[in-house]
Design a binder for this molecule. Structure first.
Ligand code: IPM
Ligand code: MG
Length: 361
């Protein structure tokens, strides 16, 4: 199969982690007889430096012609980077939001899985961890507060800012269906997270989720308020299978879930639309403080490559091969700094990538 990829290294640690993911993808392609055809596209700060804007029309045109995007991360340190002197719509993150919207990537899948080898990196007590946990955060990605009208103006002499949280029933229905579909392939449980005790958008969310649930009689579901969910994630993370939630809640809860697994450096993600097209990126940020030092953990990006094969190309065997190679490297005791524990062997970004690539079979 021919894999036409847009590769967006981005900023900070982006280029180095993407390089390792490509190393692994190329190895898989070679072994399983596929051909990768990758075009590199600048986005975020890298694009601002080159073209004065975070995502050009030309770049978008190129991206539209590919089957999937492999991305590192965009953004810099807001306190020191000149990119943050620009108006908000010209900053690195604006490019990512635009790309999500332009490509209709409404379904964001963020698996949070505790590798038994990484129990030592998990901040929770042993009796809470038990035999580990495995959840999938399904975050709505193109609606809500991120895309509602916003403005800052003076009202009665006071500076006043407004952000709007809007969802229509179709936007809720399509993400809910994805959530239930995915739960059907897992442990068949959906926890729909909202703030229905306060927000109208959440009350609509609940109503539509209930309607959708009727079409999935074999899947159990429950509603949970977002503040309670934040608490339950550290109190008893094993109770969760699929967490289905809106954009902003999903942003926050997925970072929390990732820390519970030990490191955000392990968390992959897929952002999907109605077709097979997807954007695959690690859940973590660009970590400018450690960029270019061979310190970053490339495993989340490598695992995002596995998701890319699975969701955009239906190459399950190949995706499994990557996931088991990662597992093997961890079982052999290799660790980057963020997941290091006593008795393990500390390696850099490049070596970690090579170790995984060597174990692909
Ligand atoms: C994420 C990030 C983005 C988001 C930022 C960079 C705009 O935090 O993908 O979770 O909030 O969606
Ligand atoms: Mg986030």
């Amino acid at each position: 199969m021919r894999l036409k990829l847009a590769v967006i290294p981005g900023d900070g640690i982006g280029p180095e982690i993407v390089r390792e993911a490509r190393k692994v993808l190329d190895k898989v392609a070679g072994i399983y007889g596929h051909e990768t055809e990758a075009v590199e596209v600048l986005m975020g700060g890298a694009s601002i430096d080159a073209y004065g804007e975070p995502l050009t029309e030309e770049s978008l045109e190129i991206i539209r012609k590919q089957d999937a995007i492999l991305m590192g991360s965009v953004g810099g340190n807001p306190a020191t980077s000149p990119w943050y002197k620009l108006p908000p719509e010209k900053r690195p993150e604006a490019a990512l939001l635009r790309l999500r919207k332009e490509m209709g990537l409404f379904a964001n899948l963020r698996p949070a899985y505790l590798y038994k080898e990484l129990k030592g990196a998990c901040p929770l007590r042993d009796e809470i961890i038990g035999d580990g946990f495995d959840m999938m955060i399904m975050r709505e990605l193109t609606g809500g507060l991120y895309f509602g009208a916003r403005k800052t103006e003076e009202v009665d002499g006071l500076l006043t800012a407004v952000d709007t949280l809007t969802y229509n029933e179709n936007e809720i229905r399509r993400i809910a269906r994805r959530g239930f579909d995915i739960a059907g392939k897992r442990r068949k449980k959906v926890t729909s997270v909202d703030k229905a005790n306060v927000l109208d958008s959440s009350r609509l969310w609940r109503k539509i989720v209930e309607e959708v649930a009727r079409d999935y009689p074999d899947i159990s579901y429950e509603h949970m308020l977002v503040d309670n969910c934040a608490m339950q994630l550290v109190k008893d993370p094993r109770q969760f299978d699929v967490i289905l939630t809106e954009n902003m809640f999903g942003d926050i809860l997925s970072d929390e879930a990732s820390m519970v697994t030990g490191s955000i450096g392990m968390l992959s993600s897929a952002s999907l639309n109605d077709t097979k097209f997807g954007l695959y990126e690690p859940s973590g940020g660009s970590a400018p403080d450690i960029a270019g030092q061979d310190l970053a953990n490339p495993l989340a990006t490598i695992l995002s490559g596995a998701m890319l094969l699975r969701y955009s190309f239906d190459l399950d065997k190949e995706a499994d091969a990557i996931e088991s190679a990662v597992q093997q490297v961890l079982a052999e005791g290799y660790r980057t700094g963020d997941i290091m524990s006593e008795g393990c062997t500390r390696v850099g970004t490049k070596e970690m990538g090579s170790l995984v690539a060597e174990r692909i079979s």
